[in-house]
Write a protein that binds this ligand. Structure first.
Ligand SMILES: *[C@@H]1O[C@H](CO)[C@@H](O)[C@H](O)[C@H]1NC(C)=O
Length: 352
């Protein structure tokens, strides 16, 4: 069994957290531009805590939506010592995320991002600026280029074939198949092969398994951390979150260090270069125009590992679910497959 994926609910939480952080940062920028001229409308808050209690409870987004109905689509709230803007209409969101995106695209400091991205070195958590642009370019050119992605085509074909063969056999024996689990496993296998050149199993990361670890990441990253709202409380770590974040980052770090060490040992293989090989080459050639060492490699690997988990597998799972719910669409798809591909061969990537 390979890595498992965390549920898409958690992804919503991550995005929710990111969005809150984005708004926190948005206000920093707004304040600088307008030199504290005017705040957007704001509900009354408590002294010191401000509107922090709005984030407590189960559905903070619903509280915020109710308040926005009263105070408008651009609303000011104070989260502890941190000023923040809540944006609640399509128009306003478009202004922040599209029209003025370059001003609001950055990521603020947060305790979680410190621990989970080697001090904001990953693409997910890095501040918007020269470093982020260079890093993104490097990933786009060396890791995510068509050429690179195509170089893994035969590997992908082989893995999909394995899955099809085993389902065929199980269908023949009338065995029940948990397709969701298989898709997750396929996704984990493909991700590992592309990034690390070999499959890693759940227990290679930690005895608790990948799924539990990633769930911890999501939970910790989405729990409001007092240290983020009252920076002087960060050191005291009243909730014990930072200690847990540190433990988690150690689990990932040891795993990634081991992988990099293994690559250093067997560097000149004929096999298609995986992501680690490619980044080791960049590190050794010095072609990155910025500092690029093991920490940067690990930060990018962690980005890709976390990003690859949920997205693809749950999309495929949803597509299959909807097809089962709509037999006439399934029929149409089957007909199209017969006409375009035929029943003699497997679907190729070039058919898509
Ligand atoms: C993923 O790889 C493991 C180890 O080779 C294998 O046992 C498992 O069946 C693979 N998963 C899928 C869906 O092919």
């Amino acid at each position: 069994m390979g890595f498992r994926v965390f549920c898409s609910n958690s992804m919503t939480l991550i995005w929710g957290t990111l969005v809150v952080f984005l708004f926190v940062y948005a206000l920093y920028v707004l304040l600088n531009i307008h030199k504290r001229k005017r705040f957007p409308p704001s509900p009354t808050g408590f002294p010191i805590l401000g509107h922090l209690l709005l984030l407590a409870g189960k559905n903070p987004h619903q509280h915020l939506q109710k308040l926005a109905k009263k105070h408008g689509p651009i609303m000011y709230v104070q989260l502890g010592l941190v000023p923040a803007i809540v944006v609640s209409s399509v128009d306003a969101a478009e202004k922040f995320l599209k029209t003025y995106d370059h001003m609001f695209a950055s990521r603020p400091h947060s305790e979680a991002s410190q621990y989970l991205s080697y001090g904001q070195k990953s693409l997910i958590f890095a501040k918007y600026g020269v470093y982020w642009r260079n890093m993104r370019k490097l990933c786009a050119v060396h890791l995510l280029s068509n050429h690179k992605i195509n170089s893994f085509q035969s590997m992908r074909k082989q893995e999909v074939q394995l899955l099809i063969e085993s389902i065929k056999k199980e269908a023949h024996d009338c065995v029940v198949v948990d397709l969701s689990a298989r898709i997750l496993s396929l996704n984990a296998n493909l991700t590992c092969l592309m990034m690390f050149g070999k499959k890693y199993m759940d227990e290679d990361l930690d005895k608790r398994g990948f799924k539990a670890i990633v769930q911890d990441v999501v939970d910790l990253a989405s729990t409001p951390n007092l240290g983020d709202f009252f920076p002087f409380l960060g050191v005291i770590d009243l909730q014990g979150l930072n200690r847990k974040l540190k433990d988690l980052s150690k689990v990932f770090d040891e795993f990634l260090e081991r992988i990099i060490d293994e690559h250093v040992e067997y560097h000149d293989r004929d096999q298609t270069k995986d992501f680690v090989d490619t980044m080791m080459d960049i590190m050794q050639s010095g072609e990155a125009e910025f500092q690029f060492d093991r920490r940067h490699i690990k930060a990018i690997l962690l980005d890709m590992l976390l990003a690859a988990k949920d997205t693809t597998a749950s999309t495929v799972e949803w597509i299959l679910t909807e097809l089962l719910r709509h037999p006439q669409v399934m029929k149409k798809l089957q007909n199209e497959l017969q006409e375009v591909v035929g029943l003699e061969r497997m679907v190729k990537e070039s058919d898509l």
